[in-house]
Design a protein around this ligand. Structure first.
Ligand code: PMP
Length: 364
């Protein structure tokens, strides 16, 4: 008896109900075409229009100029852990700079090491990845080929509320778990990547936005598929792309633009949701223990613990019986996690807060 509207999964996550309904109809028959979306050629005019509108929507939502290419790639964010250093680091003698703030930035680092020298300029491991670095703790070199960081650590629930790095060194950012959740100064980034399965669609597609000069500059010879330039020239249609996933992302961007009203509105809603959950955690006399330090808390992934493992197990069981799903923490660290991505409504968070409030009161 799990409910779609009460899906707090860390990813793949909840999608807007209206998008799910439209997809369910078009799985059988796309209006005007008469055939299933699963059977439409990626070389059709229909799909060329889908790609073109999606590229425009993402550029518009992020406020990016024409110098940015929007690519829709496969291989997840994990593939970008390699594609970025293949393109920007292979053959270089100066070190790229990485910031290790948690589980996922820790996965990006060994992949980069395979391609060239890197320097980890801050590592939060000693503190158990429960906080982010301050500006005083970060010293960026002007000679680095690029700096890489993760805007939102999905597992630990840590989110930067500022842009890091220097304006004279290309910034690369993994925004997988907070992409299109709030406005920002995105033109300060040379390359942003984000897989779809948190805020913007099903798994199977990763959005990369990359500045022209980054892919035009000379770099190592790469397999065509792994070369951003090939993908940009082909408008992400170099080989057969995941048509369904790309179309689903298009519908989510339309929902963001038309139904929500853009990223400023989305941010307002997301902040309200986070306030409700952290408010309860902070008012629970230590029953719910937030994992991240207050200043670095994520607006997307609310990660917390209960006083005992047994209570955490009971919380998960009872939440499932009440229709909630996805509240178990990431397998790497356990505990509990409520992911409140874009499509999770304020009403759903209110229901979760009511459940948590009742669970606390009867457990103490
Ligand atoms: N980066 C971040 C921030 C993530 O949250 C994840 C997965 N949840 C990844 C990278 C890896 O993504 P994928 O499974 O799409 O390769």
């Amino acid at each position: 008896n799990l409910q779609n509207s009460l899906n707090f999964s860390g990813g793949p996550g909840a999608l807007p109900e209206s998008v799910l309904l439209q997809l369910s109809e078009e799985l059988i028959q796309v209006p005007g075409l008469g055939i299933s979306i699963l059977g439409i050629s990626h070389r059709s005019e229909w799909f060329a229009e889908v790609i073109s509108e999606l590229e425009d929507n993402i550029r518009a939502l992020l406020g990016l100029n024409e110098k940015y290419h929007v690519l829709l790639l496969q291989g997840g964010a994990t593939q970008q852990f390699s594609m970025v250093p293949m393109t920007l680091l292979r053959g270089k003698s100066t070190a790229a700079e990485y910031i290790q703030t948690g589980y996922w930035s820790g996965k990006a680092i060994p992949e980069a090491k395979l391609e060239g020298p890197i320097r980890v300029i801050w590592n939060g491991r000693a503190a158990g990845f429960n906080r982010l670095p301050t500006d005083d703790e970060l010293c960026f070199s002007p000679d680095a080929p690029y700096i890489h960081y993760i805007s939102n650590e999905t597992v630990e629930g840590l989110q930067f509320q500022r842009v890091l790095g220097r304006d004279d060194v290309p910034r690369v950012c993994d925004m997988s778990s907070d992409f299109l959740s709030k406005p920002g100064d995105f033109e300060r980034f040379s390359l942003i990547y984000a897989h779809a399965q948190k805020n913007i669609g099903p798994s199977g597609i990763t959005v990369v936005v990359v500045r022209d000069e980054l892919i035009e500059q000379p770099h190592a010879e790469l397999p065509s598929f792994l070369d951003y330039k090939t993908q940009a020239k082909a408008h992400s249609n170099f080989n057969t792309p995941p048509v369904f996933a790309i179309y689903a992302v298009l519908l989510v961007t339309r929902w963001l633009i038309k139904d929500i009203g853009g990223l400023t509105q989305m941010d307002r809603i997301n902040r309200r949701k986070a306030e409700l959950l952290y408010g309860l955690i902070d008012d629970s006399d230590g029953f719910y223990q937030g994992r991240a330090e207050t200043a670095d808390r994520s607006l997307m992934n609310v990660v917390f613990n209960l006083p005992s493992l047994e209570l955490e197990k009971r919380f998960i069981q009872e939440s499932q019986a009440a229709g909630f799903s996805g509240l178990a923490g990431h397998r790497a660290i356990g505990g509990l996690r409520a992911s409140i991505y874009n499509a999770v409504t304020i009403e759903a968070v209110e229901e979760l807060v009511n459940f948590m409030d009742a669970f606390w009161r009867k457990s103490v």
